[in-house]
Design a protein around this ligand. Sequence first.
Ligand code: SAM
Ligand code: SF4
Length: 458
Amino acid sequence: MIINDAELSELIKNSKAPTEKELNKILLKAKKLNGLNKDEVLSLLNVEDEKQLEQIYSTAKFIKEEIYGNRMVLFAPLYISNLCSNECLYCAFRVSNKSLVRRALPQEEIEKEVIELLKQGHKRILLVAGESYPGGGLKYIFDSIDTVYKTKWNGQNIRRVNVNIAPLTEEEFKELSKHNIGTFQLFQETYHKPTYSGLHIAGQKKNFEFRLNAMDRALKNGIHDVGIGILFGLYDYKFEVMAMLEHISHLEKTYGIGPHTISVPRIEPADGSDLSLKPPYQLSDLEFKKVLAILRIAVPYTGIILSTRENSQMRTAAIEMGVSQMSAGSKTNPGGYEEGSAGAQFSLGDHRTLEQVILDLVKHNHVPSFCTGCYRLGRVGKDFMDLAKPGLIKHHCLPNAIFTFAEYLHDFAGEELKQKGFALIEKTVNEEIKDENLKKLALKNLHDIKNGKRDIYL
Ligand code: SAM
Ligand code: SF4
């Protein structure tokens, strides 16, 4: 696929904010839950007026509630290695950073990290690595995925492994698909080629097209769910959002499905990286919220992921803007869950534990979800989208969220959270599950979970 820099820049230059009447028309269309076209999105990106922004936020909130209800999927990143042969000027793992403590965890240490995550109550992880593997090949990654799935602690195990690693060749994707991963995540960082070239100055990652076309290779070679993203702060956010929408419509046209998730990292300070301290196109909090809300409106059925790069205030605000997945209790250095924080990729904005994040979600009337049902039942790729678009996925997601949250409360929560969490579950079952048969089934499953049954999903 090709992004036409000049054409897109010209389009943005000639665009303007909508009039009151135009905005109302766009937002009315958005509420039909079918997304927006390019011109409409660009129009929204130009909004700066506070009252108009509020209208955008409340439309995003409406869409989030219609499609996702009050659920929030939680996961933890697992950094297995910070070895890297690339030179990305914003990242602490870049090859020239000699002060970084380098580590690729051996399988026994990966097992220990997984046990630490299981002890916290996690069920979903995102495996992350730099682009250089001990032994030279991807075997290290494949073995690590297998180790994560194999590790057990006290009857608990990780049920879904997503991966965020370098782009692969067609053959390598075929191999990766045999290891039962959930989503393959890869961020383009910036869709603006000249900026990309100036920031990725050595190693494989210099190749912009190889990265841009990675999702095509993935979807053609056995990977069902892909996650895309932008590293905000590298280039003009309007260009990035518009280019990402082009990427999405290319995937939709070619494969019948868009990305499963969009990630929205903003650059955080990274060891020894001047650029990360002063990103050239720093995105303000206000612009960030606007982007989140517009993405929710533009691609209603794609999950939006927010990491612990953001601080707790922003993460709480983002719940309303349509974010549907969050990492929690994260460490960004290999070995970080068991040991200290030497060798981290960047500094975190949210240092709260998983339990503290959950307590905050519950206070905001949100049910934390550790659900892995769709992927384990094969509801992936187009099958997932076909269920999601008419809103049918809600019949699975909300009950599954409730079951996994009930498990968490029984197995891991302190008294305060237990009390508040079960009250929220009761309220949610009574008020949100309208179908009487489904409600009966949910109550039965909750009873079974109380009596020790685990891993129930619809
Ligand atoms: N090495 C692989 C790659 O670059 O695609 C995957 C792992 S890399 C650790 C995951 C992501 O971290 C990158 O795609 C980039 O967007 C993000 N990242 C790097 N430096 C960052 C920083 N200083 N602040 C926030 N995110 C950063
Ligand atoms: Fe390596 Fe990825 Fe960091 Fe670039 S972003 S230096 S490829 S780990």
